[in-house]
Every structure is written in C-alpha cells, then in structure tokens.
Design a protein around this ligand. Structure first.
Ligand code: SAM
Length: 272
C-alpha cells in the first residue's frame, strides 16, 4: 500500500473505533456478560476492541484468544496499550479453518460472521471449541435499508468501483447477514440451542464531518482489499466520493458532529 494515505487498519481503529465499534462493543459485551475467569475466543477480532474491553471483566484468571485473518488489523491490535486483566493472545487465522487446541467458555464474533465464506463451517468449528454450557455471542448489522448513510455512500461508491470489479453487493457485505431467520438456522444447524436475538441501536458520532468521507473510505479498505490495490485510482476515488457525498454528510451533521443511528442484531446461543 502507498504511504500517501494512512494504513486502513489504523484508520479503522481511530475512526470507526470511537465512531461506531466502541459503542457497539459496550452494548455487545453487556449483552453477552463475560464472567470472571472465563476462557474467551474473540473471532474476527480486527484491531481488538472487543478483546481489550472484556480483559478487565474476566480478570487475570481468564484468558483471551483473539483471531483475525488480516495481519494488518492484528498488527494494529498488538500496538494498542494492553488492558488490565486477562492476557490476550493475538493469532492470525481463518475462521472457516480454525486450528485451535484450547477449549473456550465463550466465543465472540462482533461484525465478522457476515464476511466468512462458509458461515456454517465456521459456526460448527466454534461449537466444537466450546465446552458444554458454553455460549456464543454474535453481533451483525441489520439490513442496508436501515442504514441510509451507508446505502447512499454505496450508490456513490459503486459508480467508481464497478470498473475495478467491486459490485454493489460487495459494498453491502457488512449488512448482508441481516435476516434473523438465517442467523437462527445457521446456529441451529451448527448444534447451538436457546438462541436469542435482540436488536440494539447505537448512535454513531463523528467529529469533523468534512473529513468523514475520506476517513470512512480509507477505513473501509481494511475489510475490502480491492479498495487499496491501486493507490492512484484510490486517491481519485477518495476525491470523487468526498465531492459526491457532501450534501448527504451535511444532512446528518448537527453542529460539529455527524451522527446517525445504526442497528445491530445481538445474538446469544448455548451449547447444551
Ligand atoms: C468489521 S471488522 C470487525 C472487527 C472487530 N470484531 C470489531 O468489532 O471491531 C471485520 C473483521 O473480520 C475479519 N475477517 C473477515 N473474514 C475473516 C475470516 N474468514 N476469518 C477471520 N477473520 C476474518 C476482517 O479481517 C476484519 O478484521
């Protein structure tokens, strides 16, 4: 990647972190309620927001294993100041082909499952890694129609990215696992029971709205590799998206803050 713009994983941590994923992490962790001394797997850990948040809750008797397929995200995770409490082991790995020998009390997957090529295979492996009585927590976004800002951005983005081979459906990947019946059936098929799914709305907050489009597109590159493969085209793309979304950003700006709601489905299920 060119040095002309920031590393997308750092941008993810600095921009999407406080704006979206930190408020979501707080709600998600309250929902799954990690206990003292639990052994926890944070799958698709990204830059480690969930792992760091739960470390003090499970304490020094607990242990966290945090796995992600993207070494760039893991590098940023490792650079962050460690939290007090449980130690965190950062591992590179594909959720659909996990090679872990440890048993876990809790598996967490915040905004990761929708990106896995084989969700059934991944959930079956997670189920095998959990002890009897163990539980899985999953957070996924509701449909794109509930997320107007991202829907409008995707319409702008696809005009520029279609020639690079990125489709509208690719851009909607974060919102693709929105159907609660589908989530239920994947979990039931993998052997989980007592499945509970509840919607939760977070209010995003982005200071300095005029930088929103550029930062968002740079951070987005962390999960869609085609965005960062061609640096020159990417810079032109940033300019174009910034120009074409100015009115949209203004519409969601209050004072000096851009803010809009996002709705997640929070899921918990058990191994009986
Ligand atoms: C939207 S980020 C979520 C990161 C983190 N859980 C959070 O809440 O901030 C999605 C993450 O899923 C990871 N990912 C995608 N496919 C994966 C796979 N097959 N195995 C492991 N991680 C994967 C990406 O590398 C990325 O870090």
């Amino acid at each position: 990647m060119s040095t002309q713009f920031p590393n997308p994983a750092e941008m993810y941590e600095q921009f999407y972190g406080p704006g979206i994923f930190q408020p979501l992490t707080e709600a998600f962790v309250r929902f799954v309620s990690p206990k003292k001394s639990e052994r926890v797997l944070d799958l698709a850990c990204g830059t480690g927001l969930v792992a760091r948040h739960i470390a003090p809750l499970i304490g020094t008797e607990g242990k966290i294993t945090a796995v992600d397929i993207n070494p760039v995200m893991l590098a940023v995770a490792r650079q962050q100041t460690p939290s007090a409490g449980a130690s965190i082991e950062w591992l590179e790995g594909d959720a659909t082909q996990l090679d872990l020998k440890t048993e876990f009390d809790l598996v967490l997957c915040q905004q990761g499952l929708q990106f896995f090529s084989d969700k059934s295979a991944a959930l079956k492996q997670m189920r095998k890694l959990l002890v009897k009585g163990g539980r899985i927590g999953i957070a996924t976004w509701q449909a794109i129609e509930q997320h107007k800002v991202f829907e409008e951005f995707a319409k702008v983005e696809v005009r520029h990215l279609a020639p690079l081979g990125v489709s509208y459906e690719d851009l909607l990947a974060p919102f693709s696992l929105h159907d609660v019946n589908q989530i239920r059936s994947f979990l039931a098929e993998a052997g989980f029971s007592k499945i509970e799914i509840t919607p939760h709305t977070i209010q995003t907050r982005f200071p300095d709205p005029k930088t929103f489009a550029r930062k968002m597109e740079t951070a987005y590159g962390a999960v869609i590799p085609a965005f960062v493969q061609n640096p020159d085209a990417f810079l032109k793309f940033l300019d174009a998206v910034e120009n074409e979304t100015r009115d949209l950003v203004a519409q969601y700006t209050q004072g000096e803050i851009m803010t809009f709601p996002m709705i997640a489905n929070l899921t918990i299920a058990y191994v009986e």
